[in-house]
Ligand binder design. Sequence first.
Ligand code: M6R
Length: 608
Amino acid sequence: MCGIVGYVGNKNAQDFLISGLKRLEYRGYDSAGIVTLSENGEATLLRAKGKIVNLEEKLLENRREDKIGIGHTRWATHGEPSEVNAHPHQAGKIYLVHNGIIENYKELRRHISGHDFKSQTDTEVLVALINSFYKDGEYPLANAVVQALKLVKGTYGIAVVSAENPEEIVVARSGSPLVIGIGTDETLLASDASALVGHTKRAIYLNDGEVAVIRKDSVEIKTLNAEPVSLRVEEIETNLSAIQKGGYDHFLLKEIMEQPESLAETLRGRINAEDGTVRLGGPGLSAAELRKIKHLVIVGCGTAYHAGLLAAYYIEQFTPEITIETVIASEYRYRNAYIPEDSVALIVSQSGETADTLACLRSIKEKGIRTIGIVNAIGSTIAREVDGGTYVHVGPEISVASTKAFTSQMIAMVMFGLTIAQAKGVPAMMLKNYVEEIVALPEAIRETLAEATEPVKEIVSNYVDYDHAIYLGRDTAYPAAMEGALKLKEVSYIDANAYAFGELKHGPLALVDDRFFEMALLPKGELYEKAVSNVQEVLARNGHIIAITNVEDFDLEVESVLRISSKIELFAPVLMNLVMQLFAYYVTIGKGYNVDQPRNLAKSVTVE
Ligand code: M6R
């Protein structure tokens, strides 16, 4: 949520800041700003409401050769999106950009005198507070930042510059990520390593409670209590093509279409098709420890939560004597939930930075429960704080709507379940179908995407004008329907909600009329006939049904049918989800909306 960039070196700072902000725009896109400093301390502050292109327009008349600066793209928390609320904020000679929320900003504001507040933001309070501590001496800016941060309650990732010292940027984090890129005669800063790709491969991920002073040829890190921290330089693995559209019109379509390869990456080296076994090194659990697991808690938000719901349906099918609870992180963090000691918690997050998920991770760890990350972003906070984990390795997911991460998170969790089942002595014969289908899934995904694209395109014009949709499924198709509904609503703004087919008569059936269409997931299997009966009930009320099915002789007279011919059965809901992803994409294109950056949302929800 929000993006931060910074630059100090020998090149043009404005160029890096703007290109970096463009890479981070998916994290927040309601306003943006940069400040750069000349050698003699002259500041050029540019801010604009809306997208980065608006900021670029201002840049045309304000080009500078400055070699140091900071920038920000905003997702509003305090104060509406506007130029005056956009970052950087200024107090005296100091400029600051901030991700996160200063919870005690009202109290802090009472301690500040002589500052004329211009914005409604919590961030301006912080920069004014820093300014109030800013005095001559050694490390004047870093000292002022530390004194101010000691009074702050809340979360922050900040970058601060002073026009009196145009050689250094002071950065600090607590709960909001920051990555320092080490270049040759230049040091870069970003809240997400993707902004550094192509500039350097060497990065330092700042930890909570650390403050760094970065100059073009040095980085110095200390804790808030002034203890020195040794530099931990890591490699950025992402390459440039992974963060570009690669010939697609939108990241969303690219990421949907990437799923054969991204799932193959998730599986690589972890599954042995010949003997039907799964090996996951990352969780770090011995066979004896796996055998002891009696309870799984799966924690996530949004799509990650849905992946957990679906994985739970599978894991309980083949793992004996285990209970599974899948929870929404923002709820679970405030519940007084008892977790038995023979539990393991799966912490699921694409970004690895989601604030609620991170809070759950920390509180579960405090209870002495082992935590396993199912994370995509390498080096992210959750990835670093879990006891063990399995990276899903799907590469950067730029579109705000999560797609390829869902598929891989779900399968990674099922693979973890399979390792438990193996350790508990479940015969390989009983797990065979799961393993075989997982191995076959990347190819089945490729076929399904190829098969479904044209039929989806053909029907979307019939549905773009609806305001409401009901998504329906039973058993494993139910969590898939929940994910399908989330995808449609977040990008197309059609109010879509999912129900278990069996719940229809308990209320939602009352909704069926011409304002709604119904997306019915109808996979082969034991419950198919029951789902068909539910479809009949909707048809009897003149419902507008789109059926997604892999049943060859499907002959119900519904409005539209989207067929899947793959032989995959257990994981058919995963394939159905691809079709729903395509549907959400093409409906949104039909409506003419920004499919990669839906209104009001941002990727990586780092505030509560
Ligand atoms: O980065 P995370 O996986 O922790 O993110 C969780 C949710 O914020 C995310 O899945 C969100 O719901 C997406 N916009 C859904 O497409």
